[in-house]
Design a protein around this ligand. Structure first.
Ligand SMILES: Cc1ncc(COP(=O)(O)O)c(C=O)c1O
Length: 369
């Protein structure tokens, strides 16, 4: 072969650094000859509670229909979501995880000659989705590890069509209050879609939860994204959604795959959305776990970024090395150097009390190695 096939893709695609997911348990077990059962994975912000019995029953019942294509319009789930948030069904876009709806925004609204603004230390998918469309990235320095919304508003130029904001943010766990987000929405030109990624919304205390769906009426350029991967415990099934103005939702729906959400995920999400008790327990247990990890970090003399999510980002020093030492102790966490630009920190998902304990013990030992 005389040509490098890679060269056939546009240069902006070739220069994409691949997304680094949390290391799967099976991979670590294979690589280090460890027993899978003894491995604790606190690397992908999943729900350690798993799923509730009603969701499990819905998944099992959905097996009967597995030979058929799913409902490409996701009627039942859209109906449940629209009732929950008081929005039109035409305002709901379903995705294969919320990652998919983020990609749909990029696909529908970004391209060469356009730009998107995001914060330093933001969720890795924002720069990735922006770059994959050949659009320009405008990265704005963080303030106290979180979004500097004033600076982000100032950074918007004539080519900017999308502003990506995660609230709470991953991997820093920082949170912008409702007033700050609303002030940002008032400031940005109507042309700029503000993607408010609320993947961790369910982990916020009641008094901090904004009724962001209400903002859609006043701000037709707002796109809210949510997921069933975190508090609802369905990360493996892949289902998330966006709430947006019907015209925005319409274009996003035009560029999605016709059957982007599978039938099991649709059935599970309908049941999970209804199981408020499961989510309430997940919230309460997460809070306890967060306190346990904060307390443990303090005892080890380590700083951490106060978190509003189901994870905490701890400053451990030589994070890449500590990460490896933790792996040897059968604990998987997430290094956040590289694209996240936090080379001294490790992001740790809140696990069960036992998992958190195991992590803290392994961390204590790893700091002394
Ligand atoms: C801020 C944020 N948004 C979106 C996602 C994507 O989640 P999913 O595609 O599983 O819905 C994640 C996952 O970690 C996240 O942290």
């Amino acid at each position: 072969m005389l040509i490098d096939l890679c060269e056939l893709s546009p240069s902006y695609v070739r220069s994409i650094a691949p997304y680094q997911p949390g290391k799967p348990i099976s991979e670590l077990a294979r690589e280090m000859g460890l027993d899978e059962a003894g491995i604790v994975k606190l690397a992908s912000n999943e729900n350690p509670r798993g799923i509730g019995p009603r969701t499990r029953a819905a998944i099992e019942a959905s097996i009967a229909g597995i030979a058929r294509y799913p409902d490409g319009n996701g009627f039942e789930l859209k109906q449940a979501i629209s009732r929950r948030y008081g929005v039109d069904m035409a305002s709901v876009v379903l995705g294969n995880g919320s990652n998919d709806v983020l990609e749909l925004v990029a696909l529908a609204f970004l391209g060469p000659g356009r730009a998107a603004v995001f914060s330093q230390h933001c969720f890795a998918v924002y720069p990735l989705a922006t770059q994959a469309r050949g659009a320009r990235s405008i990265a704005v320095s963080a303030k106290n590890y979180g979004h500097d919304l004033d600076a982000m508003a100032r950074a918007i130029d004539d080519e900017t069509y999308v502003a990506w904001i995660a609230n709470p943010n991953n991997p820093t766990g920082t949170f912008a209050r409702a007033e700050e987000v609303e002030a940002f929405l008032r400031k940005v030109p109507e042309r700029v879609l503000v993607v408010l990624d609320e993947a961790y919304n369910e982990y916020l205390p009641h008094e901090l939860k904004a009724d962001s769906a209400r903002w859609l009426k006043r701000h037709p350029n707002l796109v809210i994204t949510r997921t069933f991967s975190k508090a609802y415990g369905l990360a493996g099934l892949r289902v998330g959604y966006a709430l947006a103005h019907p015209s925005v939702a319409d274009v996003m729906n035009r560029v999605r795959q016709p059957f982007n959400v599978n039938s099991m995920a649709l059935a599970a999400a309908v049941a999970a959305l209804d199981d408020m008790e499961f989510v309430a327990r997940s919230y309460a247990e997460n809070l306890q776990g967060l306190r346990q990890l904060e307390e443990g970090a303090r005892k080890l003399g380590l700083d951490f970024i106060p978190s509003y999510g189901n994870f905490i980002t701890i400053r451990v020093g030589k994070a890449a090395e500590i990460y490896k030492r933790l792996l040897r102790r059968s604990v998987i966490v997430r290094p956040v150097g590289g694209g996240y630009a936090l080379p001294e920190h490790l992001r740790v998902t809140v696990g069960t009390a036992q998992e958190n304990e195991k992590f803290l013990g392994a961390l204590s030992a790893s700091l002394k190695d």
